[in-house]
Design a protein. Structure first.
Lengths: 233, 289
């Protein structure tokens, strides 16, 4: 118990003192996970929308695949991405292994199915007649889709929050493709693992608290946006 | 609303990203800039967990302008990275396995850098009564008593060393007293501590962790427990993408007077004793291999 309080105090001290190294690690965490989440939004929401609105053969199989992807184990993603990015792997010439870009790729792969799967569910939960009504009122397919997205925004924001939560808490893939390199690819989760390895439990706890604070503030911001939009109507 | 948010998200991500990436190079303003700056060092967890690399690498980077990507893994994995050409330089501690990789032609210029030693640690109660025994006697006593022994089980240098000791003692360790953690040294020490079991560790990691442990050093100072670190470059003739200048610069730095002095001094202020002994210029023969 004493250790936890000590960790909180130390986390606070690290934040107040503006420790250069830890703030760099925290910023990189937000940058990597933020970018990965943004990418997953760009790909995931249209994918979810498409799955929800289009009728085609194999739709069931496609949806199952996306739902399965929501539970994709990060270490498996990390391993497969490393195999591709190794120097002598198929994409080795890009020189991306052990860079933040490699971490963004891995995290985006983890987040896309989550965002897609939850958007799919969010759109489905809207009364299907709404779309036909919009189209019969003269909306183009694009306009109808846009209005549906607006209608489902609560659920869609929940999808984004879930995706962000997953990638900031993920450690296996970041460790594998990033390598936890000081000043380059060290993020809060991999730093925590390393400090535990070093036996610095107080430091590990302090970093964990910073991670919690960072992801809490982002989620608060997202939740505010989620509900702010609603109130504006 | 949604569109504005998504765009905002993207911009924020990009801004944060460029900020995050922009930080690192600032530290190297006055350094010389080599042609290929990125260099991958595959090494063992003990050099990172003991804190040695945090002392050595900033000096090296400042001096030469290289940007070292340290991948701290078990020696087995570090050697495997060398064999696949996925690293430029290796700093590892499993002489027999290293020699195999050397003779396969995957690495070149294998040079002795430093040593410390392994110790057998265990609970103060010492159920198997191993304190003060020789290594092999101690291992026989642990087996006879069926006392818990936590092995790394991860093909690291320490694990390889431990396996060779069981072999020397002609003991085939079995469950339930023999348990494999599959984790790094720090974690394994903690597990042994929780289970009140024995384990074998490098002295550096033990000293760095001592404050969290009730385990004590029970067997030490046996010639069989020597822990020797070598640096070696991945063969550029075999793997064209290897940064051979970087590898050479790193190994030259470790063996330079400055590098050796940093190694020899490391740990004196924090632990009251050196964690590593600098051995530049020595050969394995001097250690009886």
């Amino acid at each position: 118990m004493e250790m936890i309080i000590q960790g909180m105090i130390q986390a606070f001290q690290l934040l107040i003192s503006g420790d250069g190294e830890i703030s760099q690690v925290a910023m990189l965490t937000l940058a990597v996970s933020g970018t990965a989440t943004a990418i997953s939004v760009v790909f995931g929401i249209p994918l979810g929308l498409w799955l929800a609105l289009q009728e085609f053969r194999g739709k069931q199989a496609c949806s199952s695949l996306v739902n399965f992807g929501m539970g994709l184990p990060p270490v498996v993603v990390g391993l497969v991405v490393s195999l591709f990015l190794w120097r002598y792997g198929p994409l080795g010439d890009l020189g991306l292994m052990y860079t933040p870009v490699a971490m963004i790729i891995a995290q985006a792969i983890i987040a896309v199915p989550i965002v897609a799967g939850l958007s799919f569910a969010a759109i489905l939960s809207i009364n299907p007649k709404l779309r036909w009504q919009l189209i019969s009122l003269g909306a183009t397919t694009w306009q109808a889709s846009w209005l549906l997205i607006r209608e489902a925004r609560l659920g869609l924001m929940a999808a984004v929050i879930a995706g962000f939560g997953r990638v900031t808490s993920e450690v296996g893939a970041s460790m594998m493709v990033g390598g936890n390199i000081k000043g380059q690819t060290r993020v809060l989760t991999t730093a925590t693992v390393m400090e535990v390895g070093k036996g610095n439990y107080d430091m590990a706890l302090a970093i964990s608290f910073i991670l919690l604070i960072a992801s809490f503030s982002i989620v608060v911001l997202l939740t505010y946006l989620q509900h702010g939009g609603k109130r504006g109507r | 609303m949604m569109r504005r948010f998504i765009i905002g998200c993207l911009i924020m991500g990009m801004a944060l990203f460029s900020f995050g990436c922009g930080n690192a190079p600032v530290q190297q303003v006055s350094s010389p800039t080599p042609l290929n700056k990125d260099m991958i060092l595959a090494t063992t967890t003990s050099t990172q967990d003991s804190g040695l690399l945090d002392t050595l690498l900033p000096v090296f980077e400042k001096k030469t302008g290289y940007k070292v990507k340290t991948i701290a893994v078990g020696t087995g994995q570090a050697l495997a990275m060398g064999e696949k050409g996925e690293a430029d330089v290796l700093l590892v501690h499993a002489p027999d396995a290293e020699k195999k990789v050397l003779s396969s032609g995957a690495v070149i210029n294998r040079i002795l850098v430093m040593h410390n030693d392994f110790v057998i640690v265990g609970p103060a109660s010492d159920a198997a009564q191993i304190k003060g025994k020789t290594t092999l006697e101690a291992m026989a006593a642990i087996e006879k008593k069926g006392a818990v022994f936590v092995s790394r089980g991860d093909d690291s240098g320490t694990h390889k060393m431990e396996k060779s000791l069981w072999k020397l003692a002609s003991i085939k360790p079995v469950s339930p007293w023999y348990q494999e953690s599959g984790a790094g040294m720090g974690q394994t020490l903690k597990i042994a501590d929780e289970k009140q079991g024995y384990t074998i560790t490098d002295r550096a990691t033990y000293l760095a962790q001592e404050k969290n442990l009730s385990l004590q050093i029970l067997v030490e100072g046996d010639a069989k427990l020597l822990n020797i670190y070598h640096v070696m470059a991945v063969n550029p003739e075999k793997f064209s993408k290897v940064n051979q200048e970087g590898a050479k610069a790193f190994s030259d730095f470790l063996l330079s007077a400055e590098g050796q002095a940093l190694i020899a001094a490391y740990g004196k202020d924090k632990f009251g004793q050196s964690l590593f002994f600098a051995d530049g210029g020595k050969t394995e023969k001097e250690f009886g291999f």
